[in-house]
Design a protein around this ligand. Structure first.
Ligand SMILES: Cc1ncc(COP(=O)(O)O)c(C=O)c1O
Length: 385
């Protein structure tokens, strides 16, 4: 570190060099991320509230009101009136928050018992962190041939040590939605906490459901659902970090309350202390600006491009594609090693990720990906094949 500091132009020209090493969404070459270019409306609000700290709400009363309104709006989207929860850093923190609450509820009823969490192999790796951090015993429910929770095997895994069941609405690897309706009934019948990880699907499924007869049930419409993770920094177009955790029952959130003597409010129900209010302002502005119809248009466009990409891939001989449910496509090429193909595509400038189960290439059709990018990608893929 320079003792006397540097002149501002030098600092920023050095920063430029680092920035040039980053990929940018507008190139259309980021095909493996569940995040996207933050919308300019959200960025304007983000900058406006950049010094706001929701960890000390008495100082930032306006931002605190905004958080309440955002939680209510997201609650409405998920069919819950008078929702409670928080805007957090992302899906990981949202899942940790929910599982902490579930653990405290469980411990009150079963002191001294090691809690068990029933989850599918398709759960995001944040649950590996959670299992370790909270000393939980994982109980893996098998997947059916569609890579979704095999609901016929779920109930037999519930014991008096079951702390929670986790189901996914938009899996990280395939974008598939578990049969939440059925799982919710099982949880309800057995009086077990059910958490739905809709980090990705939360800002997709409600808009898909709008003009479908066969509604995908995944939210608080299902009576057994206790909490939902929903990430505005994925399909909500909000700047990072923007996650959301919504609880059905206010008492569940209260389980997390810790006294905060030196701050302007008596207690906190978040994992972190100091937390930016800028994301909350950004999400608020985006929900107000786009409204339901604006988000529906964004999701419709992403789904249209998903269909286009699926058909293009499916028409290439030797390419095996799984039918997408949300804007995520998984495929592999017969007789070609998935990891080698990924490396070759990376050498051609494509960021595409590999899923573990199934072992396949994975494209997320986020709003920064356009038809011309897909055409270029397909052309490069064909060359490699
Ligand atoms: C289903 C699901 N849950 C949780 C997460 C974790 O979200 P974050 O990376 O924002 O912590 C992801 C990330 O992709 C996800 O797909």
């Amino acid at each position: 570190m320079d003792f006397n500091g540097k002149c501002i132009d030098d600092v920023f020209s050095d920063l430029e060099e680092f920035k040039e090493l980053d990929m940018d969404y507008s190139s259309g070459r980021i095909l493996g991320s569940m995040c996207t270019e933050p919308d300019s409306v959200g960025m304007r609000a983000y900058r406006m509230f950049s010094e706001s700290n929701l960890g000390d709400p008495g100082l930032f009363k306006g931002t605190t009101l905004l958080e309440g309104e955002v939680i209510n709006m997201i609650g409405n989207l998920l069919h819950l009136n008078d929702a409670c929860g928080h805007i957090v850093t992302g899906g990981t923190e949202a899942n940790i928050t929910a599982m902490c609450a579930a653990k405290y509820i469980f411990e009150e009823k079963h002191p001294g018992v090691k809690p068990e969490i029933i989850l599918p192999k398709s759960a995001h790796f944040s649950f590996k962190k959670i299992i370790s951090m909270l000393s939980l015993k994982p109980v893996y429910v098998p997947l059916n041939e569609d890579y979704k929770i095999d609901t016929s095997k779920l109930e037999e895994l519930i014991t008096e040590n079951t702390m929670a069941i986790v189901a996914i609405a938009g899996t990280t690897e395939l974008g598939y939605v578990d049969d939440i309706e059925e799982i919710s009934e099982i949880a309800y019948r057995n009086n077990v906490y059910l958490h739905v990880d809709a980090a990705f699907g939360g800002f997709v499924i409600p808009f898909l459901n709008y003009d479908r007869d066969d509604e995908i049930l995944f939210d608080f419409k299902c009576r057994g659902v206790s909490s939902i993770t929903i990430d505005p920094h994925k399909m909500g177009l909000a700047p990072i970090p923007s996650g959301g955790i919504i609880f059905r029952n206010k008492e569940h959130l209260k389980k997390l309350a810790v006294k905060t003597p030196y701050l302007t409010k008596d207690e906190q129900t978040t994992i972190v202390g100091t937390r930016s209010g800028a994301s909350t302002a950004a999400i608020w502005s985006l929900l107000k600006y786009y409204g339901f119809s604006g988000y529906k248009e964004i999701v419709d466009n992403a789904m249209e491009l998903t269909k286009y990409t699926y058909e293009k891939l499916d028409s290439i001989e030797g390419v095996i594609v799984r039918k997408p449910e949300l804007n995520l496509i998984s495929f592999y090429v017969e007789h070609l090693d998935v990891d080698i193909l990924q490396k070759q595509l990376e050498d051609m400038g494509w960021n595409i990720s590999v899923s573990e189960y199934p072992h396949a290439l994975r494209i997320v059709l986020m709003p920064h990906v356009k038809e011309e990018h897909i055409n270029d990608f397909i052309s490069d893929l064909k060359k490699l094949i």
